[in-house]
Design a protein around this ligand. Structure first.
Ligand code: B3K
Ligand code: ZN
Length: 868
């Protein structure tokens, strides 16, 4: 397969100023007529992308083109020979939406029509230069049988409707804003709407609509509310207003990702729209708020200003994730939001950055661009934007955004355009921050310090090192902002004065490590202090080697909540790593009394911020602990973690139970931050109590729960139990919810993540369950993804059954939906960090996948890079 390289960028040969698309919808044979007003941009032939299109007619400026001027490429593309420098090309093609199982291009789901065009789906709809730097104005006319498609939507504003013969009708949509083809969307079928009016800050009326299947109208409230809050927030924080008369969101249950920011017509996975307390967890509610905000924010960062080429993907994704993170932080507890985001970064991005698919935030090459919608491009990309924000400050960042948008509006630009706007607006030289975009790998930061009693000086030396990654052996240092403070022996924050400064400053200050090593001298320090480093996780690095005594001190005393949480986490991680060694030597596992103390302290202070307490109570995850090991040992890590959970549950039972009872649900269910935090804390207590043997408490909670959060928390604990304590609630859950796809997904996931010894066999059985459907991405992820990514213990089963199952599933799924297959195969790529026997089994499965005939480009890329 062909590799696309960033260095090979060439501007488009032809630009397309306007596009007229006429659709005649039919599930088996849809006709698409396209009129492209083209204009030459550089010398070269007119080559139009196309995949799986049946060309029926082609004409140039009204005259039919003879066959010999139409050259069909092996990749499905069409080259038109002898075209003038400008003119109108018209094509008519036929496509079959109901055959489209890839869910890219135009497809059907439950009898309705939906599109997904990013990154390269538009070429499955019509012939077009399908690249983001060709921006055009679209007019779309959709015709269909009225009964089949009472509702027909596309981008932009409504532009008329009418009736045809034989029960057809048509609808026109006009999008006044030029856009790349990946933002095109069409949705048609039987849908109902939930509507709200919105007035922008300058007084423009906007009609907001969420389109769902009949019966789902009562589950749209949170999505609508999140949308309205997002729109206000972008006006207030960034001065950005919505720019069309309508904003439509359509929810579909067959969808490859979370959602898509098509101009004026976002298409969403139902998972990120539909919620009511009986069916959705607090996590689902938060996911909806985040994704709704994210797609809405793309209207400016992504749509009005888009990417020149797909290597610049993080220009829109990193920036938009940063924006949605800031939005969510403003809705509730900033500290807890930061903790969760960092947890997510470490769970997904750090391992990617240390594995075979490691790539820079701005990659150098790809085989399949779909494989690069990654935690690195999204989450690390957001961290890099945050670094710039931290370095230049909020006010300069806002000026930079204003400049970026003013300068790049309606253009397809590069990451340099963003960084130089930030640089000009701030007056700070940001050139070295480009290293964060162009180098893969997570920098490792170490800190050393010494106190000089005579001079009352305290000297901090910071060092950085970036490990080699595939294709990048040598790295250059990157600028690392280190937010920090000093605590005295009583845990009181000291004012700080760096050498050369006139007076001491209170609170957190920012150090900037620019080279490989740098020392910072602090004056007038009365006694050896405890440094609190990387407050708020001021850079996406691994801070290594902080002594356990300091971690314990910081976990209790630091003024920065992130560092308090982080220090507890790192302390527990160190402890668990030592215990894993004991476990490997078959020595008895002890217990560190400091953990009991920490749990009790957390519970005593829980009332002030229950959400924070819930985060602080959680032991480091099995994956996180394994990631700190040279050679992972999933079984030993699991044994240690279970041991600690049970010990904490037993030793702290009184306090855990008191907190659990004190937080019993009272009154109406609410999804505000405090209520969510209380449920999280209560369920964290429940998990410890069950670990200590109190299964009955979970059974009781399952039976009496008034909402899905509490019900599912109980069920996930019961799924590890034996006998009727497990079987009865699982059967009850299925009986109650088998008609509700999103809830049934949870039923699959919970069983896939069970710790019980028979889980690998149970997962095989679930794969054959009548409710399992490989074609539905949510369902495929709920079983295969949950097992391979969420159950390290059994995925890494010693006999290789977990690996075999994943490979079997990937091989079966690849011809149906290569993009989802390529995503799911990821965990097999982590073989380098496993012991030799496991690594060999994993490689064998990767090879088996690679030997499969007609493998999709995406799965080929993932499997071959994993083995390289
Ligand atoms: N931009 C889309 C992702 C498209 C993925 C294509 N494989 C959703 C988002 O990031 O907002
Ligand atoms: Zn996005």
């Amino acid at each position: 397969p062909h590799t696309t390289r960033r260095a090979d960028y060439h501007p488009p040969v032809f630009l397309i100023d306007t596009v007229e698309l006429d659709f005649r919808l039919d599930p088996a044979a849809t006709l698409v007529r396209a009129r492209l007003a083209f204009r030459r941009n550089t010398p070269g032939p007119m080559r139009l992308d196309g995949v799986g299109l049946t060309l029926l007619e082609a004409s140039l400026d009204g005259t039919a083109l003879p066959q010999e001027r139409l050259v069909h490429g092996e990749d499905g593309s069409l080259t038109v020979e002898g075209v003038p420098d400008s003119g109108t090309l018209e094509t008519l093609v036929r496509i079959a939406p109901q055959e489209n199982t890839e869910l890219s291009g135009l497809y059907t789901s439950g009898g309705n029509f939906y599109t997904q065009c990013e990154a390269e789906g538009f070429r499955r709809i019509t012939y077009f230069p399908d690249r983001p730097d060709v921006m055009s104005r679209y007019t779309v006319t959709i015709t269909a049988q009225r009964e089949l498609c009472p509702v027909m939507l596309s981008n932009g504003n409504p532009g008329g409707t009418g009736h045809g013969k034989d029960g057809t009708h048509w609808v026109r949509w006009v999008d006044p804003h030029p856009k790349p083809s990946y933002l095109f969307a069409l949705v048609a079928g039987e849908l109902v709407t939930v509507h709200e009016p919105f007035v922008t800050k300058s007084g423009k009326q906007v009609s907001l609509n969420i389109w769902v299947r009949r019966g789902d109208e009562d589950r749209c409230g949170h999505a609508m509310d999140s949308l309205i809050r997002s729109m206000r927030w972008d006006e207030e924080v960034f001065g950005l207003e919505y720019d069309l008369d309508v904003f439509n969101i359509a929810a579909v249950s067959d969808f490859n990702m979370g959602a898509m920011e098509n101009k004026g017509l976002n298409v969403f996975n139902t998972k990120y729209v539909l919620a009511k307390p009986e069916t959705a967890t607090d996590g689902d509610y938060q996911g909806i708020e985040t994704v709704i905000a994210h797609e809405y924010f793309h209207n400016w960062t992504g749509n009005r200003v888009t990417c020149r080429d797909w290597f610049q993907l993080s220009l829109k994704e990193g920036l938009t994730v940063f924006r949605d993170q800031e939005f969510s932080a403003d809705q509730g507890s900033r500290a807890v939001k930061r903790i969760r985001d960092v947890r997510g970064l470490r769970a997904a991005q750090f391992p990617e950055d240390a594995g075979p698919m490691a790539h820079p935030v701005r990659p150098e090459s790809y085989i399949e661009i779909d494989n690069f919608y990654t935690p690195t491009v999204y989450q690390k990309g957001a961290e890099v934007v945050r670094l710039i924000h931290t370095r230049i400050g909020a006010a300069a960042f806002r000026r930079g955004m204003d400049l970026y948008i003013a300068r790049c509006d309606n253009q397809a630009v590069t990451i340099e355009d963003f960084v130089s706007a930030m640089q000009e607006a701030s007056g700070v030289d940001l050139s070295r921050f480009m290293g964060w975009y162009d180098q893969a790998g997570t920098p490792e930061l170490t800190a050393e310090d010494r106190y000089e009693p005579e001079s009352r000086r305290w000297v901090l030396t910071l060092r950085q090192q970036i490990p080699p990654t595939p294709g990048q052996a040598q790295k250059h240092p990157v600028p690392i902002p280190v937010a920090m403070g000093l605590l005295d022996g009583a845990g009181t924050e000291l004012p700080t004065r760096l050498a050369g400064e006139n007076e001491a400053r209170p609170g957190t200050r920012l150090l900037l490590l620019e080279g490989a090593e740098q020392s910072f001298t602090f004056e007038d320090v009365p006694a050896p202090p405890t440094p609190s480093l990387l407050r708020g996780f001021s850079a996406p690095v691994k801070l290594k080697g902080v002594a356990p005594e300091r971690l314990r001190f910081l976990a209790v005393h630091d003024t920065d909540p992130f560092v308090r949480w982080e220090s507890g986490l790192q302390y527990a991680t160190g402890l668990m790593l030592r215990m894993v060694e004991q476990q490997q030597r078959s020595e008895p596992l002890g217990f560190d009394a400091a953990l009991e103390e920490a749990v009790r302290t957390t519970l005593r202070a829980a009332e002030t911020d229950p959400a924070f307490a819930a985060e602080a109570l959680a032991l480091p995850g099995e994956g996180f602990v394994a990631d700190q090991m040279e050679i992972a040992d999933p079984a030993a890590v699991h044994a240690v973690r279970e041991h600690l959970r049970a010990e904490i549950g037993r030793r702290c039972a009184d306090a855990l139970r008191a907190t659990y009872d004190g937080l019993a649900e009272s009154g109406e269910y609410r999804v505000d931050g405090r209520s969510i935090g209380r449920r999280a804390l209560r369920n964290a207590c429940l998990a410890y109590l069950v670990a200590a043997g109190d299964t009955g408490l979970a059974s009781a909670q399952y039976g009496s729960a008034g909402n899905m959060t509490d019900r599912l928390a109980a069920l996930s604990l019961l799924a590890d139990a034996e006998g009727p304590a497990r079987e009865a609630p699982l059967a009850d859950f299925h009986a109650r919810w088998h008609g509700d796809d999103l809830v049934l997904d949870k039923w699959f996931s919970i069983q896939a993540m069970s710790k019980r010894a028979d889980t690998p066999a149970a997962v095989r059985a679930l794969y054959r369950h009548p409710d399992f459907d490989l074609r539905n991405p949510n369902r495929a992820r709920s079983l295969i993804g949950a097992f391979a990514s969420g159950n390290p213990l059994h995925f890494h089963a010693e006999d290789g059954e977990g690996y075999r199952f994943l490979a079997d599933a990937v091989i079966a799924l690849d011809p149906i939906n290569g993009s989802i297959a390529a995503r799911l195969i990821g965990p097999l790529g982590q073989w380098r960090r496993q012991a030799p026997a496991r690594a060999a089994l994993m490689q064998r499965e990767l090879r088996r996948v690679l030997d499969t005939p007609k493998l999709s480009r995406g799965t080929f890329e993932k499997a071959s890079k994993a083995l390289a």
